[in-house]
Design a binder for this molecule. Structure first.
Ligand SMILES: [Zn+2]
Ligand SMILES: [Zn+2]
Length: 353
């Protein structure tokens, strides 16, 4: 039986399509694509380079040296090392209970270690909040900043291979002037491009709680800093246990790789006045997964029953988050803008009237 090079499920042959289909992740493959999928996306896949024996040993060590705390309020599972006790949930700030051990499969192969210290992250976050005029005063306190936790966030990094093709309409426009007239001559061309294309390290977070757009806005990370995981990195930090399995993010990867592939092919059509894609077909034909942890100084703020997420990228210092608006302050500002407009309007009509 042939396994799906994207998700690992078994493929079946479809007589109608004359292709191999994966019913699990809806991928489909021609014989040629399956042959191409045999070739690795990048030459040395680090996860595959470790022996199964070493992996089993590492996973056992991880399972023994970590603790898991569960929040009964929001369901967060927090991983810490055995010497770092978690008292409250990093997400909803309710008490957490120790539930014991975690299975070794949650050990990441690699991580990006924290570069920013807590004081550095507090300073960045403090400045970020200060600029937001609308936030409630209770959000601006040092006590709020102290709620920030160094959180290793679970990410799936995917290397993938696509078979992409586009059909585009291109134009060449010439104009010349003849007496009082400008004559425009537009020629249309149909341009097709196709290629196998590889993409490396497309990130997608493995946490249901964290908002995808929010996470996208603390990216990018510099993956050159990816380091073999070692228990020492966890001391004093928390880690979030992933709850989105890799197959659940295949569609996100398909979209991101597909859009990127179409853009690369479009950029190859040069020498025209305009190029527009009429049709694109991007098939994901191989996906290699790596589960990693990436560093975030993470903080939430609850306002009127809603949780707002904030983070400073623990590697680059990039900050993200949409603070809650205080109703009163926001109302006052709107009133201010309105009054301002009236006065300007008054002057204008006085002047002209
Ligand atoms: Zn599949
Ligand atoms: Zn919680």
């Amino acid at each position: 039986m042939t396994k799906c090079p994207n998700c690992g499920a078994e493929l079946r042959f479809s007589p109608e399509k004359q292709k191999m289909l994966c019913d699990y992740c809806t991928s489909e493959f021609t014989t040629e694509e399956l042959a191409e999928a045999e070739k690795p996306v990048i030459d040395e896949a680090p996860a595959a380079a470790r022996s199964t024996e070493q992996t089993a040993k590492d996973e056992k060590e991880f399972a023994e040296a970590t603790r898991v705390y569960v929040c009964n309020n929001c369901g967060a599972s927090i991983i810490s090392d055995e010497n770092t006790a978690a008292a409250e949930c990093y997400y909803c700030h309710n008490p957490v209970t120790l539930t014991g051990r975690i299975s070794g499969e949650f050990r990441p192969a690699r991580l990006i270690p924290f570069k920013l210290t807590r004081p550095e992250a507090e300073e960045i976050m403090g400045k970020f909040i200060k600029k937001k005029w609308f936030v409630p005063n209770s959000f601006r306190t040092q006590k709020q900043l102290e709620k920030m936790v160094g959180l290793y966030t679970p990410f799936w990094l995917t290397d993938c291979k696509t078979n992409a093709s586009i059909s585009a309409e291109a134009t060449i426009v010439h104009s010349h002037t003849s007496g009082d007239y400008t004559i425009t001559n537009t020629k249309y061309y149909e341009c097709d491009r196709a290629a196998y294309m590889n993409f490396e390290k497309i990130p997608a977070d493995g946490s249901k709680k964290l908002d995808d757009d929010f996470i996208d806005s603390v990216e990018p990370f510099d993956y050159n800093d990816l380091t073999e995981f070692n228990m020492n990195y966890l001391a004093g930090f928390m880690a979030d246990k992933y709850d989105v399995p890799k197959n659940d993010i295949l569609d996100r990867i398909r979209t991101r790789a597909g859009d990127a592939a179409a853009e690369v092919l479009k950029a190859d059509i040069t020498g025209y006045s305009s190029v527009s894609i009429k049709q694109k077909n991007v098939n994901l034909i191989r996906t290699d997964w790596e589960y990693v942890m990436l560093p975030l100084w993470f903080m939430t703020y609850t306002y009127k029953g809603k949780i707002y997420e904030f983070a400073v990228n623990g590697q680059t210092g990039k900050v993200a988050g949409l603070p809650p608006m205080s109703g009163l302050k926001y109302g006052l500002t709107l009133a201010g803008i309105f009054i301002g407009t009236l006065i300007i309007g008054g002057i204008a009509s006085g002047f002209f009237g």
